[in-house]
Design a protein around this ligand. Structure first.
Ligand SMILES: C[S@@+](CC[C@H](N)C(=O)[O-])C[C@H]1O[C@@H](n2cnc3c(N)ncnc32)[C@H](O)[C@@H]1O
Length: 264
């Protein structure tokens, strides 16, 4: 890529094992590497790969607005690009999945004509499918940021898998270093109870961030969800509660037999 330019990479959820060789190469050769990761192992590995790598975590502070911090981070990345550097912006997970700053940095870099591109990476959702043994193709998959799900009145289809991101911070606009149970959790439970029974099993999921670690998988009845610990890295998985209802007329139009509902 030309100089100056921007490449946005993801380190995966577990840098050991999930960092692609392509992303690793950019971390190693870029003039400047600006990174935001959550665990000390990833931090250490990135610094070993490029001794000039600069952490961006300092933009966050207890009680500071997340949006302000995220805007500052994009501005920091853009200063590097404008300053003439071939810049690598590294984020944990997939840099463009529930990570608006990856896309925003690309947009701001391309606007005045810089070369900018994003590389794919392993997201929390990819880990979830593997750890929970779920195939999104089996029932379809609905995936929402929790606040978006609530505020925009999204309707869940209970015949399809539902994944709720950021359930542990649920609309809290302020950064908090230590996990606290979201005060709005009862609102989410009440909302889900409109479509699911109180005894329907939901799963609070945290992928392991170390290659020899274990994921935290907590299965609980929806009505009991308030009793479990959620963190900033929790993702809520709501498996389907009923089979789909095949559309007879559509099957007829397509010349297909009506699917037989799987036995539950
Ligand atoms: C700002 S998003 C970043 C997602 C990230 N870009 C990715 O590709 O997974 C943060 C949310 O991702 C999910 N997440 C992050 N780390 C996770 C982990 N270790 N296990 C499960 N979910 C995780 C949680 O829903 C968390 O609130």
């Amino acid at each position: 890529m030309d100089k100056p330019s921007l490449v946005v990479v993801g380190t995966g959820i577990r840098i050991i094992g999930q960092l692609t060789t392509e992303s690793a190469a950019w971390i190693q050769i870029a003039d400047r590497v600006l990174y935001l990761v959550h665990d000390p192992v990833a931090d250490e590995i990135i610094r070993q790969m490029n001794s000039r790598a600069e952490p961006l975590a300092g933009h966050f502070a207890e009680g500071k607005s997340r949006k302000e911090s995220l805007d500052e981070i994009v501005a920091h990345v853009m200063d590097s690009v404008r300053g003439g550097a071939q810049t690598c912006f590294a984020l944990y997970g997939h840099p463009g999945v529930y990570a608006s700053i990856g896309h925003e940095a690309i947009r701001q870099a391309r606007a005045p004509g810089y070369t900018a591109r994003m590389l794919p990476a392993i997201s929390a959702e990819a880990c979830l499918f593997a750890d929970l043994g779920l195939d999104p193709g089996a029932s379809g998959c609905q995936s929402y940021e929790t606040k978006d799900f609530l505020v925009n009145g999204r309707r869940a289809d209970p015949s399809s898998l539902l994944i709720l991101w950021q359930v542990g911070i649920m609309g809290n606009p302020l950064y908090q270093g230590h996990a606290r149970q979201p005060e709005t959790l009862p609102v989410l439970i009440e909302r889900l109870l409109e479509d699911y029974a109180p005894d329907h099993e939901v799963i609070a999921y945290e992928a392991a961030v170390h290659f020899d670690g274990e994921p935290r998988i907590e299965r609980v009845a929806l009505g009991q969800l308030a009793g479990i610990r959620l963190s900033a890295t929790s993702t809520l998985c709501v498996p389907p509660s009923r089979p789909p209802r095949p559309a007879a007329k559509m099957c007829e139009r397509l010349g297909l037999p009506l699917p037989v509902a799987p036995k539950s």
